[in-house]
Design a protein around this ligand. Structure first.
Ligand code: NAP
Ligand code: ZN
Ligand code: ZN
Length: 347
């Protein structure tokens, strides 16, 4: 075991603070990565504060990890010491079920292992995430990272990037489609960039008037302030596809009513409270309400390669790990342009 420094929450109501963590020695198929940057996802905050229930403490969050490989096990074929590497939201799965065989490990029928707050398949305990100096992961769950783009901007692709890429691909969003992205945060800003790159007409649906300029800069063609009734009314029956990235309780029906006949609204945002959706809002125009969870390993690699090829990265504010608790408060206020990324040299 190797003792390393990390930031952990000891309970739902205590701030994140320095904690020492033991990482396993690399097994034959393991890769050991020195973490250089780790993005800050709203899921980290939901988990640390036990908003979804089921958090095991101490909790070390972080699943937007990029770094450099420091050691590899004897049987590792895909990577070598010195390579750049990424780790996203999952570090293991059963590899045998239909979902795993289809490269959809996030939907593993026997339960995927989250990068943090998960249970190791070998019974060795809880998983700890990227707010730490180092991580040891089976090579099958490690991603190749381009050396052509800034690492800090690549880190958020490992969650915010794949979580928006996967549904846009699954529902075949492209040229001629009218797409609405709800919520301009970490996921939302990647959703805009990716949908624009796929050739769609993209409208940002935000409750923050101050984000209009940025939305356009990110490539959105239109902006709707969702607190303005006249603006939302003008979008009735308009969109083919809506990607909802909102982290807090909100009314799904306002957005469903913006879908055209056969339109699809996909929720990726995961508010802790359930939503009320009358069947009539779906029935009347044969609309679909769907959900999507991150992405599997093959698609995550595809997304990273696509972003490298099209020079797409996340817009980030790099922070010192000592400022993580204050950054959570700013994230709750929507005061992040558009992803905090921790510089792990500060740990
Ligand atoms: P974030 O950066 O905090 O962005 C969330 C955005 O939601 C905010 O910027 C804000 O955008 C909007 N919003 C916040 N409170 C709102 C309210 N009360 N009413 C309306 N809009 C509100 O969070 P994130 O990291 O992008 O994550 C977003 C959600 O996705 C979280 O719930 C997270 O857990 C979830 N998530 C899901 C997956 C998955 O696999 N499905 C993966 C990662 C994250 P505006 O100011 O523009 O309105
Ligand atoms: Zn995430
Ligand atoms: Zn499986």
């Amino acid at each position: 075991m190797t003792a390393i420094k990390a930031y952990a929450a000891q309970s739902a109501s205590t701030p994140l603070a320095l904690w020492n963590l033991e990482r396993r020695e690399p097994k034959p198929h393991d890769v050991e990565i020195e973490i250089l940057f780790c993005g800050v996802c709203h899921s980290d905050l939901h988990t640390v504060r036990n908003e979804w229930g089921g958090t095991i403490y101490p909790c070390v969050p972080g699943h937007e990890i990029v770094g450099r490989i420091t050691r590899v096990g004897d049987h590792v074929k895909k990577y070598k010491k010195g390579d750049l590497a990424g780790v996203g939201c999952l570090v293991d799965s059963c590899r045998e079920c239909n979902s795993c065989k289809d490269g959809l490990e996030q939907y593993c029928e026997n339960g995927m292992v989250g990068t943090y707050n998960g249970q190791e398949k070998d019974g060795s305990g809880n998983t700890y995430g990227g707010y730490s100096k180092q991580i040891v992961v089976h090579e099958d769950f490690v991603l190749r990272i381009s050396d052509k783009q800034p690492l800090k901007g690549i880190a958020p692709l490992l969650c915010a990037g794949i979580t928006t890429y996967s549904p846009l691909k699954h529902w075949k969003v492209g040229k001629g489609d009218k797409v609405g992205v709800v919520g301009l945060g970490g996921l939302g800003h990647m959703g805009v960039k990716l949908a624009v790159s796929f050739g769609a007409e993209v409208t940002m649906l935000s409750h923050s008037a101050s984000k209009e300029k940025d939305a356009k800069k990110l490539g959105a063609h239109k902006f709707i302030l969702t607190s303005d009734a006249a603006q939302t009314k003008s979008a009735a029956n308009y969109f083919d596809f809506i990607l909802d990235t909102v982290s807090a309780e909100h009314d799904y029906n306002m957005y469903l009513n913006m879908l055209t006949t056969n339109g699809v609204m996909t929720c990726v945002g995961a508010p802790p409270t359930p939503a009320r959706v009358p069947a009539f809002n779906l029935i009347m125009k044969r609309r679909s309400l769907a959900g999507s969870l991150i992405g599997g390993i093959p698609e995550t690699q595809e997304m990273l390669d696509y972003c490298a090829e099209h020079n797409i990265v996340s817009d980030v504010e790099v922070i010192n790990i000592k400022d993580i608790n204050e950054s959570y408060e700013r994230m709750l206020k929507g005061d992040v342009r558009y992803r905090f990324v921790i510089d792990m040299a500060t740990l």
